[in-house]
Design a protein around this ligand. Structure first.
Ligand SMILES: [Zn+2]
Ligand SMILES: [Zn+2]
Length: 370
């Protein structure tokens, strides 16, 4: 009786074994414990909750975080997990409760999943969503695959306007909102300010691009890689400093008439770079941390206590994604500049090699196209 009452469209389709294989498996980049990964067959994701969407990946990328995962630094990622949390794609299938999208829509995937309803989502702190946050390619299967299941699709995907540069928009899944929210907004960058960005990797450069919305007078970029510093110059840095000689503090103090910088943004995630920020921040200034820190740092309260300094930490909430989408559309910023390498999606193992040797390969962001 139950079978008879089931509408035909939800009944299990009768498909021949060959077709069944094509329809139910896909290729994906799978983590198999520290140092082990494979591009292999996985079951194609299906709708589990009515709020889900299945997205066919058009373009994705590799993040510094994925390299940490591959080293075994992220214990929440377990054997068998599909990695990746950035990309654009096409809606393939929708759960019955999704109302903002239709099949065939082109969408930007946010690295942060938000239910839109919990106490943290109500405060626009999507990164701490009780049911979401950074789960993609971490607690659930991610985007480095032919298809991905996106929970809470209505509040975790963004519609891509027709004619948009979809490659540029891949930079909006994570690095642009991260640089902007954790670095620029938390660092309270203002017109005329002198700011320093420590770290000229993709996140530091994304911070450099978005800091210019606020017209700081001087942007000092600090790194140990001359190539990245030269790139930073073409992105709008007014001064570049290679800190490998240990004289960065001295040089920055000289540049700022011994005042220090209004905002020091940490975009590396190790103790020496955070402590550099403590040494160069001006009285009344801000230290905005972006870096993912695995070890403790020394807080020099013996000097900072009297300096009216604000120190901020934050996980990206991706609350500024709609705004950033508009700035890319209007060509106020060009995130394409961050893309240095292109691969087909099935060349992802090679792409990991290139991205993993970023210094030697002069790699910033790689794009993988399906
Ligand atoms: Zn990322
Ligand atoms: Zn939530």
């Amino acid at each position: 009786m139950e079978n008879l009452a089931t509408p035909v469209k939800t009944a299990k389709p009768l498909i021949s074994p060959t077709n069944d294989k094509n329809n139910s498996t896909m290729k994906a980049l799978v983590y198999h414990g520290a140092g082990k990964k494979a591009w292999e067959d996985k079951p194609k994701p299906t709708i589990i909750e009515p709020t889900d969407a299945i997205v066919k990946i058009l373009k994705t990328t590799i993040c510094g975080t994925d390299l940490h995962i591959m080293k075994g630094d992220v214990p929440t990622v377990t054997d068998g997990r599909i990695i990746g949390h950035e990309g654009v794609g096409i809606i393939e299938e929708l759960g019955s409760a999704v109302t903002n999208f239709k099949k065939g829509d082109h969408v930007l995937i946010s690295c942060i999943t938000s239910c839109g309803k919990c106490a943290f989502c109500k405060k626009a702190m999507y990164s701490h969503c009780e049911k979401g946050g950074w789960i993609l390619g971490n607690l659930i299967d991610g985007c480095q695959a032919e298809f991905v299941r996106i929970p809470y699709a209505d509040t975790s995907l963004y519609l891509i306007p027709a004619g948009a540069d979809e490659e540029a928009l891949v930079m909006l899944s994570d690095i642009l909102p991260t640089g902007f929210e954790c670095g620029v907004l938390n660092g309270k960058v203002k017109p005329g300010d002198t700011i320093a960005i420590v770290g000229a990797g993709p996140i530091g450069l994304a911070t450099l691009l978005t800091a210019q919305f606020y017209s700081p007078a001087e942007i000092i970029m600090i790194d140990v890689d001359d190539n990245r510093l030269e790139v930073a110059k073409t992105f709008g840095a007014t001064h570049i400093i290679n800190s490998s000689d240990g004289k960065a503090v001295e040089k920055i103090m000289k540049l700022t008439n011994n005042m220090g910088v209004d905002t020091a943004i940490e975009a590396v995630g190790v103790a020496p770079t955070f402590e550099l920020c403590e040494s160069i921040v001006a009285a009344g200034g801000h230290i905005a941390n972006i870096g993912v820190h695995g070890k403790s740092v020394t807080l020099h309260l013996e000097t900072l206590w009297s300096h009216n300094v604000t120190i901020t930490t934050r996980l990206v909430d991706t609350v500024t994604t709609p705004m950033l989408l508009k700035t890319v559309q209007s060509k106020k910023i060009n995130p394409n500049k961050l893309i240095t390498h292109h691969f087909k999606l099935d060349q992802i193992m090679e792409a990991y090699e290139t991205f993993g040797n970023a210094g030697k390969e002069k790699a910033l962001k790689v794009i993988l196209t399906s």
